[in-house]
Design a protein around this ligand. Structure first.
Ligand SMILES: [Zn+2]
Length: 343
């Protein structure tokens, strides 16, 4: 029987302190060579174990084998020079030194497929795998070759499609594309962003998701959120087109955010991963708080399409806090599950 309100996380989870410094983005690895290969696999198993013990239904690798959700994927591609760096403004929000696109981009070999096979062997639960979306990828690079954001996004979409097909063959049940850039570049999203995403999922038989959030709980993002006013209506700009797209699941930030919950009505028919865990605070939600957010969402999404989740990845959080939040998510979902089934 299909689980009602299956829980999952949006993406990254904290890494053990013996493999990388905790609470830091782009934290360098503490191990090298064979030790690093082994260490990543051990971290993956621990991370899976934490999710299972917390009662998470749809599990993931918690991004234990990558340094960063965008850059690690790009590092595996040819056509991008990581030595040649330029400072660009990421998502119109903060400056970062990024690699340069110097020629045609291509994927010479699979990036995460071996990791996915390992995770598949370790669990019978449904697994979800996150990849960066095409628009978020181009926003993390300086392009000195295509000189067109749209063209480069299209090339990345083709590459992502190759990777996604192999992940599907490795037994991944849900492939998720992270597109925080969808919350910023509305005209581009509607002109070609969603089309590029559909190119990335072309021919897939597994389920597909897009994660659109307000970012990790880091200062640049929390400062930006303060400028957004009392109502965050960004989702309104892209939901109508997304509703008509081929994407199955939309993953959103809802807990403690100022996103009006009724915007979810605009994607009626889609499955919705409702962020019921705030990743920008160390305060662990109570199960009742989680349940409250889910109840509000249920006004706009049918119960069979509601997937309780987190607002975003939890890598910047201490491990204990992230773990507590996983348990709260499960317990909160269970409260609402009982309410629905007892009705
Ligand atoms: Zn996110």
């Amino acid at each position: 029987m299909k689980t009602l309100l299956p829980t999952s996380t949006a993406g990254s989870l904290p890494k053990p302190s013996w493999i990388a410094q905790p609470e830091v983005l782009w934290s360098p690895w503490k191990l090298q060579d064979e030790e690093l290969v082994d260490g990543k696999r051990d971290a993956l198993r621990l991370c899976l174990d934490d999710q299972v013990r917390a009662g998470i239904d749809i599990v993931s690798d918690g991004e234990q084998t990558r340094q960063h959700f965008v850059t690690t994927f790009i590092e595996h591609l040819s056509g991008v020079d990581f030595e040649k760096r330029e400072v660009v403004r990421i998502r119109n929000r903060y400056d970062a030194s990024v690699p340069t696109v110097v020629g045609e981009v291509s994927r010479q070999k699979p990036v995460f497929v071996e990791d996915a096979k390992i995770l598949r062997k370790l669990t019978d639960r449904p697994i979800k795998w996150a990849l960066p979306g095409p628009m978020t990828m181009i926003d993390t690079l300086y392009d000195n070759h295509y000189k067109s954001r749209e063209k480069l996004a299209w090339e990345f979409a083709k590459i992502l499609n190759q990777e996604a097909k192999e992940l599907e063959a490795a037994g991944v049940d849900i492939i998720q594309f992270d597109e925080p850039a969808f919350n910023v570049f509305f005209d581009e999203v509607n002109d070609w962003g969603i089309a590029a995403l559909e190119r990335a999922i072309e021919g897939l038989k597994c389920e597909t998701a897009v994660h659109i959030c307000y970012g990790y709980g880091i200062k640049a993002n929390t400062d930006w959120k303060k400028t957004l006013g009392t109502e965050w209506r960004q989702y309104e700009e892209v939901f109508p087109k997304l509703q008509r797209s081929a994407i199955d699941i939309v993953s959103l930030e809802c807990q403690n955010s100022r996103v009006p919950m009724d915007l979810i009505e605009l994607i009626r028919g889609k499955k919705v991963m409702v962020g019921a865990i705030d990743v920008a605070t160390h305060t662990i939600e109570t199960p009742e708080e989680v349940a409250n957010t889910l109840r509000k969402a249920l006004q706009f999404v049918d119960a069979e399409n509601l997937y309780p989740s987190t607002n975003c990845g939890m890598i910047p959080l201490p491990r204990q806090v992230a773990n507590g939040k996983l348990h709260a998510l499960s317990a909160g979902a269970e409260i609402v599950r009982r309410e629905i089934l007892g009705r």
